[in-house]
Design a protein around this ligand. Structure first.
Ligand code: GLN
Length: 539
């Protein structure tokens, strides 16, 4: 294809309507028709990236292969498309301004007054086009964070206006709005959609397609009304009804012909009928489980659904792979103590201890791991969860009663988890952890080897602390073995217990790599172990 096509997805009326899911679903359909597609998220906040944001503010921070700390929507893009994203797929206002200010200081704009238009909008357009021209995707879908009318999104909408003007039908705008159902009137209401399209028009952008999030079906009349008031064809009014699973949305969009509408408007060949057999098989297995397991997710942000997004989605993929319903029970680690552990964790078929930072809730995590180890319950510890498993084993098996990570206790006499050598001189917090994909070599004839069925793997990381090799001998002799090592830097990446049915701690984050097409083997096997732990649990 000669040039890339650019699709923008904006949002109106309310936040959290699912722009990320609509973008990913459209991308899936275009991909299934044989096109190459990527999705980009533009976030209108001033942080350079979400790496320094509290999960309570922003949900999970997703990590790409090339080590970018990004918005969690990139996780959806990867899970749907099974194509890795990169640094270029998530851009914030902070990064745009940083670049422009750097250029100004360098003298690139000598003599000019540096302004939002054209300097900031040019930088936004450059970042959008990078994915098309440099990386050569057929379609670049750009999701604009926030809601139309926000002060912060103005420069982005202006960049969209300019690109539409410059590129004609190579550019298209989809606006996602809410059509609320008013119970008292027993009616769906289109007025908020009309107002939100007006807000977009005030900024010079006429949407080509309007996707309406709704809890009830839109009838012909409503579609015609929205079309008339918002200057679009009735076929360009697309219903996005609440779905049982986010993975239903590509098929719902197929029924609504969103992909065909886009292709026609962009004068593109329709190509073949979308090839979605594997996707449909996945949905079938997901919706027809033959058994059930209950997994405890022990963490400190459990009241917030989005804080462990990728972990929860990995369980959805692994559940479908096992045709098993995985009930993830969120457990606050601050509620676990020696006295409460048995009652809080009773009845679980598997226990996962989550990643995290800082000391809040740490003793509860350690206590949960002791319980999983002693009671032979399948256990998966991710990043901080793995570090806690090492601390627990040090304290309760090796008898190092004060063993700790220097992150929580810098004065511990037994720093079994310690800051990495090259982190000791780092003072800045943003983007300075060990980030992105690193190779790991797996030891033969271990549980990790059986799980991965290969020796060389690559997994994504986000941490500063690491297993302290001074203790490795003592650990291995007592039964906690290092079954995965980064050979270049001699870092322990996987630990497991030889005398336990299924106990694995990993310094990396497998959850960032699990997709519908490739459920992660660690999660698939962990769920299998949980089933074996309690094969008689009824659905
Ligand atoms: N806080 C730990 C570290 O920095 C673990 C990080 C994590 O769980 N992602 O090493």
């Amino acid at each position: 294809m000669a040039s890339s096509k650019y699709i923008f997805v904006t949002g109106g009326v309310a936040s959290s309507l699912g722009k990320g899911i609509i973008s990913a679903s459209l991308a899936k359909l275009l991909q299934a028709r044989g096109f190459t597609v990527t999705i980009q998220k533009l976030d209108p906040y001033i942080n350079i990236d979400p790496g320094t944001l509290n999960p309570y503010e922003h949900g999970e921070c997703f990590v790409t292969e090339d080590g970018a700390e990004t918005d969690l929507d990139l996780g959806h893009y990867e899970r749907y498309l099974n194509v890795p994203t990169s640094q270029a797929n998530n851009v914030t206002t902070g990064r745009i301004y940083q670049e422009v200010i750097l250029k100004e200081r360098r003298g690139d704009y000598l003599g000019e007054t540096v302004q939002v238009i054209p300097h900031i909008t040019d930088e936004i357009k450059r970042r959008i086009k990078l994915l098309g021209t440099d990386k050569g995707f057929d379609f670049v879908i750009t999701e604009i964070g926030g809601t139309v009318g926000d002060i912060e999104s103005l420069p982005y909408i202006e960049a969209v206006r300019q690109m539409r003007w410059e590129m004609g039908t190579d550019c298209l705008v989809i606006h996602l709005t809410l059509v609320p159902f008013l119970a008292a009137a027993a009616e769906l209401k289109t007025k908020p959609t009309q107002h939100s399209v007006k807000a977009l028009l005030e900024q010079g952008v006429q949407p080509d397609i309007i996707v309406c999030r709704t809890e009830k079906h839109l009838n012909e009349n409503l579609r015609n009304k929205i079309a008339l008031f918002c200057n679009v064809n009735p076929t360009s009014v697309i219903e996005s009804i609440d779905a049982e699973s986010i993975y239903d949305v590509p098929l719902l969009m197929l029924d609504e012909k969103l992909d065909l509408e886009v292709l026609e408007k962009m004068h593109m060949p329709v190509g073949h009928t979308p090839e979605l057999t594997r996707w449909e098989e996945f949905l079938f297995r997901l919706k027809h489980p033959t058994r059930k397991v209950v997994i405890g997710l022990v963490g400190k942000y459990v009241e917030l659904k989005d804080a462990y997004k990728s972990i929860n989605e990995s369980f959805v993929h692994a559940g479908a792979a096992n045709q098993c319903k995985v009930v993830v029970k969120a457990i606050h680690s601050e509620n676990i103590s020696t006295d409460t552990v048995a009652s809080v964790l009773e009845g679980l078929d598997g226990i996962l201890v989550a990643p995290g930072f800082g000391s809040r809730g740490i003793e509860g995590k350690i206590e949960a791991i002791r319980y999983a180890r002693e009671k032979n319950i399948p256990f998966l510890g991710i990043c901080l969860g793995m570090q806690c498993a090492v601390i627990e084993f040090g304290r309760n098996v090796l008898g190092l009663s004060k063993a700790h990570s220097t992150e929580m206790d810098p004065e511990t006499p037994d720093p079994v988890i310690d800051i990495m050598e090259d982190q000791k001189t780092v003072c800045k917090k943003g983007g300075t952890m060990r980030l992105g994909a690193f190779p790991c070599t797996i030891k033969k004839d271990t549980l990790a080897h059986r799980v991965y069925n290969t020796i060389d793997i690559q997994e994504r990381h986000r941490h500063r602390y690491e297993f302290n090799n001074r203790y490795l001998d003592a650990y291995q002799k007592a039964g906690m073995i290092a079954s995965g090592i980064n050979q270049k830097d001699n870092l322990v990446e996987i630990v497991e217990l030889s005398e336990h049915p299924w106990f694995v701690g990993i310094q990396f984050h497998p959850e960032y790599k699990s997709t519908v097409a490739n459920p992660h083997p660690l999660f698939v096997n962990f769920v299998k172990a949980a089933i074996e732990n309690n094969p008689d649990r009824s659905l």
